[in-house]
Design a protein around this ligand. Structure first.
Ligand code: MN
Length: 487
């Protein structure tokens, strides 16, 4: 199980009694949080830290424990922060600085200097905060009484996002075929992606997959068909086309499990040996949390796997989709998102239908796919682009809506949403920011989750929400360019 280490900072000045009590209080907070987060991770208190050697020791322990996904810092008593320099320089795990007290209320009648010396995080946390700022350490500062629901919720978010960052660090992505020819925004620096996010992205010839496809047995296809008919409505007589997709999925699953891969891409430009573009096969895998990006979009593929991991246990839907077309009726503008085939059935408002239709692109046989109408509710669309000298995340808040009319001739799954703060601003902002035509949409995550992920991974973030003003956004983008050039 993932672990978060709880650090209690102090010093030698106050004597054994105070130190014992400070450690005891720290352990009590750690135990309380451990109880609250037990479904996500363990919270483990470290021995109280009195000097730089002890600070270094707990830091080394956190860094070298692969189960440790992050640390919580609490300066219960005053802890002169020069003693934290080495420890902080070593620490490479996400940090939450918990600015809290063991006591909720001041004991007005009883308060004396002993109480002051024991309960002085207002003092000690400022000293520690300065050092983190001086060292340029990105961290999440959470202030408030530790038992308050909002404080616990912020710590839970930290645990979820830190867990996703940890997952990201060992994520392997397979590209079947390369990036779609001449397409820009889906391309990127794979070496930098691995340095920054840990994504190990490798190309595989479609022949490697075809080799496995050609050996899938009728029994294996039968089992996959059983899974499909349990989950979805069979809305086609062309069972052979559906079985073809079942065969692909069995092969994909074998390939990725053998190589410990959690996300993949394919491209309709490179399907040698396959009769159909993988549609239903990919859709069914996306619903299980396997990352996917079409046309060689490895960034969206990896990001979808990471965000799916972040959203685990929250409910809601998270997956890839593509900006496709609009209803531009003035003041009622809606966006329709879909793809050639590959939209995750987690977004379905009902039971998805398996249908077989021709594909107007790629020159292959008619592929089986899941067709459905999308869910409604508040959500975010997240895109990652490579700016040449850094990556940028763009997070737009959206409202998913029911489609206003049926679309009986549209042969793909679709989602519809409204942009914020309004269509003109939201769409222009996305385009100014360089956001892709591929995004990960989530009704489980919020902008706050993406903000925290960006902070933990030191990634530039552009948010488009109710407050977005185009002039301010353009200025922000210019400043971001200047900052990036200076670095
Ligand atoms: Mn696309």
């Amino acid at each position: 199980m993932n672990k978060i280490y709880f650090f209690i900072g102090s010093q030698d000045l106050y004597g054994d009694e105070t130190l014992k009590q400070a450690e005891k209080n720290g352990r009590a907070i750690a135990e309380f949080l451990n109880d609250k987060l037990c479904d996500k991770c363990a919270v483990e208190a470290m021995p109280i830290v009195r000097n730089s050697k002890e600070a270094e020791a707990v830091s080394v322990k956190a860094v070298s424990d692969p189960a440790c996904i992050g640390v919580i810092m609490w300066m219960h008593t005053f802890s002169p922060a020069k003693m934290w320099i080495k420890a902080l320089q070593l620490l490479n795990k996400p940090m939450l600085h918990l600015h809290t007290q063991f006591n909720e209320k001041l004991p007005y009648d009883e308060i004396d200097m002993d109480f002051m010396n024991l309960n002085q995080s207002a003092h000690g946390d400022r000293e520690f905060g300065f050092m983190c700022t001086r060292l340029g350490i990105k961290r999440e500062v959470v202030a408030g009484y530790y038992k308050n629901d909002d404080v616990v919720a912020q710590i839970r978010r930290f645990a979820e996002v830190a867990g996703a960052v940890d997952f990201s660090k060992s994520l392997k992505v397979a590209m079947f075929g390369n990036n779609m020819r001449d397409v820009s925004v889906t391309d990127g620096d794979r070496v930098e992606s691995e340095i920054k996010y840990g994504w190990n992205v490798n190309y595989y010839g479609i022949g490697d997959l075809y080799e496995i496809i050609s050996k899938v047995s009728e029994n294996e296809i039968d089992r996959k068909m059983y899974e499909y008919t349990n989950k979805y409505d069979m809305d086609t007589d062309n069972i052979a086309a559906v079985r073809e997709q079942a065969k692909y999925e069995v092969a994909f699953e074998k390939f990725i499990s053998e190589k410990d891969i959690s996300a993949f891409t394919d491209t309709f430009e490179d399907l040698h040996g396959l009769n159909q573009l993988p549609g239903l096969a990919v859709q069914n895998m996306m619903a299980k949390g396997v990352g996917f990006g079409p046309e060689g979009d490895y960034k969206t593929s990896a990001l979808s796997a990471v965000l799916f991991e972040m959203a685990k246990g929250r409910g809601g839907a998270t997956g890839f989709t593509e900006d496709y077309t609009y209803d531009l009726t003035q003041n009622e503008e809606l966006e329709l998102a879909a793809h050639m085939l590959e939209v995750s059935p987690v977004f379905s408002s009902g039971k998805p239908k398996i249908q077989v239709h021709p594909l107007g692109i790629g020159g292959k046989s008619d592929p089986a796919r899941l067709v459905f109408d999308g869910i409604s509710g508040e959500g975010i669309a997240v895109s990652m682009v490579d700016m040449g000298n850094r990556f940028r995340l763009i997070c737009a808040e959206i409202t998913l809506v029911e489609q206003p009319k049926v679309m009986p001739k549209l042969p793909v799954a679709r989602l519809m949403w409204k942009l914020k703060p309004d269509f003109k601003t939201g769409a222009a902002a996305w385009i100014y920011a360089g956001g892709a035509h591929h995004a990960v949409v989530s009704t489980a995550l919020t902008t706050e989750d993406i903000r925290l992920f960006a902070k933990m991974t030191n990634t530039e973030l552009v948010v488009i929400d109710e407050k977005t003003d185009l002039n301010a956004l353009e200025q922000q983008l210019e400043l971001l360019d200047i900052i990036a050039e200076k670095r």
